[in-house]
Design a protein around this ligand. Structure first.
Ligand code: MLC
Ligand code: AMP
Length: 505
């Protein structure tokens, strides 16, 4: 094959009159129309002078055309770099600079703010708006759809996804064609997707979950998607009776459970609910089963590894576990800091190996060497244990990560900014339980002697610098941070102290 990802996921659907996407307004996009547009877009990108291996950064709203751009990048051999629409220009500066993106695709409203950054970094800028219009679609509408797929091998990069780093700077996870393809095919098989499936898609498409797990699985099997712009409860409730499957983060399920319209009848047509990206509370699993008769299937993955484990499609889906390693994926639990497996049932660091595991961090050989062992084992940073039946339990995180509504926040990035503000001697940022987002960001500040920090001024700086989901939801002033005898801030203790701040219901 000259381009395995394109030839397996996309090309087989060329000319097919089957539905691919149904939009919120009822409009439909067939596979044939989608593939024709992707071909034109691939030609337009090539005509812009982009060559295989070039990075295409896209911070665009969710639309069929955004997926066209992804397909076109695969066809033209370009490396797709999707970016969270919440990122600020300051954050984008880093991603564009670090990736050396040749093209930046943005919403037309963001163009003027981004143009100087793009110009300074020597990239080109085009627009694509959530309604499917913009300078890039204008180019592709005028292009021919006859471009042959660029020659790419299984080990060539298909995507670069930035994931927050423990030291504050994000790292670009290099995902190859084989990483994406192997995982899509494995998940499609394990979860028994077919061309009769209709996936309710309410996730963002700038992350592994919405782009690769959801979209690639549907492409791999020729099914359809009800493609909603975001998780809107009313729209989801309206669409559920027409869907057969849904993938979501735990917040989707808690929000549905809070709504009286969630009944057995509403989901009678569904065959599968999948949850991931953050821990699903056992209680949520049980309540959902009691209300709907459906056992949510929980799986575990990461940007760097795609999906690693899954509860079984046929078989016991155990609340509080993420199931067993997927076929072809090896998983072991090691004593932290070593490559020695712990005794069965004991807690340790989860490591994974397989065709799903990424190639390394973009231009960061040292970071890559820290996390990816030479023999292919990836050190996930998640603490877990394997029970006597082989089910994996995630029991915590070795890394200092907060997951809010399925989005990751590394405290260090927020702390560095807070520490630099007038009146702040030091800060600690932690995740505390939150009824909607699972965890919420809390900032604990120690004022400088005789100088109180101005919280609204700090919020204004945070607002300009960081994406909204990273913003502390609450600021608390204390005289000193709790430290152990080594002087290390005791975040576990702080999480206990503030556990009830956002009173769980
Ligand atoms: C939105 N906000 C968030 C937030 N999402 N704050 C914290 N955490 C989040 N996840 C902000 C909004 O900007 C808004 O700010 C306020 O919180 C309330 O917004 P909302 O309208 O309630 O949020 P909503 O748009 O409904 O989004 C919530 C959500 C969404 C949970 C539906 O965040 C979402 O779709 N999350 C999924 C993320 C995802 O796909 N993760 C997968 C990563 S891949 P204001 O200013 O109004 O207060 C991965 C690998 C794997 O992890 O295993 O899958
Ligand atoms: P990301 O860096 O956004 O890809 O997030 C990956 C992280 O999300 C993992 O390292 C886990 O900490 C977490 N995660 C994903 N799925 C689950 C799950 N089912 N249960 C608990 N944590 C999960």
């Amino acid at each position: 094959m000259t381009n395995p990802l394109f030839e397996t996921l996309f090309a087989p659907h060329a000319g097919s009159a089957r539905p691919f996407l149904t939009l919120a307004d009822g409009r439909g996009v067939t596979y044939a129309a989608f593939l024709t547009q992707a071909g034109r877009a691939a030609r337009a990108l090539t005509d812009l002078g982009l060559v295989p291996g070039d990075r295409v950064a896209a911070q665009v709203g969710k639309s069929p055309e955004a997926l066209v751009l992804y397909a076109a990048c695969v066809q033209a051999g370009l490396v797709f770099l999707p970016l969270n629409t919440a990122y600020t220009p300051a954050e984008l500066d880093y991603f564009i600079g670090n990736s050396g993106a040749a093209l930046v695709v943005t919403d037309s409203r963001a163009r003027s703010a981004l143009a100087p950054v793009v110009q300074r970094l020597g990239a080109r800028i085009e627009t694509l708006d959530a309604d499917g219009t913009g300078s890039l679609p204008a180019l592709w509408e005028a292009a021919e759809a006859d471009v042959a797929p660029a020659a790419r091998g299984p080990d060539d990069l298909a995507a670069l996804l930035y994931t927050s780093g423990t030291t504050g700077r994000s790292k670009g996870a290099m995902l190859t064609q084989a990483n994406l393809l192997s995982n899509a095919q494995t998940l499609a098989r394990e979860w028994q997707f077919t061309d009769r499936d209709v996936l309710l898609h309410a996730l963002p498409i700038f992350h592994t979950h919405g782009l690769f797990v959801a979209t690639n699985v549907v492409l791999a099997t020729g099914g359809a998607m009800i493609f909603l712009p975001r998780f809107d409860l009313d729209a989801v409730v309206a669409a559920l009776p027409r869907a057969t499957a849904m993938m979501g983060v735990p917040t989707f399920y808690t929000r549905l459970l809070d709504d009286a319209r969630l009944t057995r009848d509403l989901v009678a047509h569904m065959r599968l609910f999948v949850s991931g990206s953050a821990p699903l509370l056992k209680e949520t699993h049980r309540q959902f089963a009691a209300r709907t008769g459906h056992a949510i299937l929980e799986r575990y993955g990461m940007t760097e590894t795609n999906m690693n484990t899954s509860n079984p499609y046929a078989g016991a889906r155990r609340p509080g576990t993420v199931g067993k390693p997927l076929p072809g994926v090896e998983l072991r639990v090691c004593a932290p800091g070593t490559a020695n497996e712990v005794a069965p049932g004991e807690i340790g660091m989860i490591e994974v190996r397989g065709p799903n595991v990424f190639k390394g961090y973009w231009q960061m050989p040292d970071k890559t060497a820290e996390d990816l062992r030479p023999d292919g084992w990836f050190i996930t940073g998640d603490l877990g244990q394997i029970d006597e039946d082989g089910y994996v339990h995630i029991v915590g995180r070795g890394k200092d990560l907060i997951i809010s509504g399925g989005l990751n926040i590394y405290p260090k990035e927020v702390e560095l900014l807070l520490d630099a503000q007038p009146g702040v001697a030091e800060s600690a940022v932690i995740g505390v339980p939150h009824p909607d987002f699972g965890e919420a960001v809390l900032a604990v500040l120690v004022p400088e002697v005789g100088r109180a920090p101005d919280i609204p001024a700090i919020e204004a700086v945070v607002g300009k610098s960081l994406a909204r989901f990273k913003h502390p939801r609450r600021y608390i002033l204390v005289d000193a941070l709790p430290r152990n005898t080594m002087g290390k801030v005791q975040k576990a203790e702080m999480r206990k102290t503030y556990a009830d701040l956002f009173a769980m219901v």
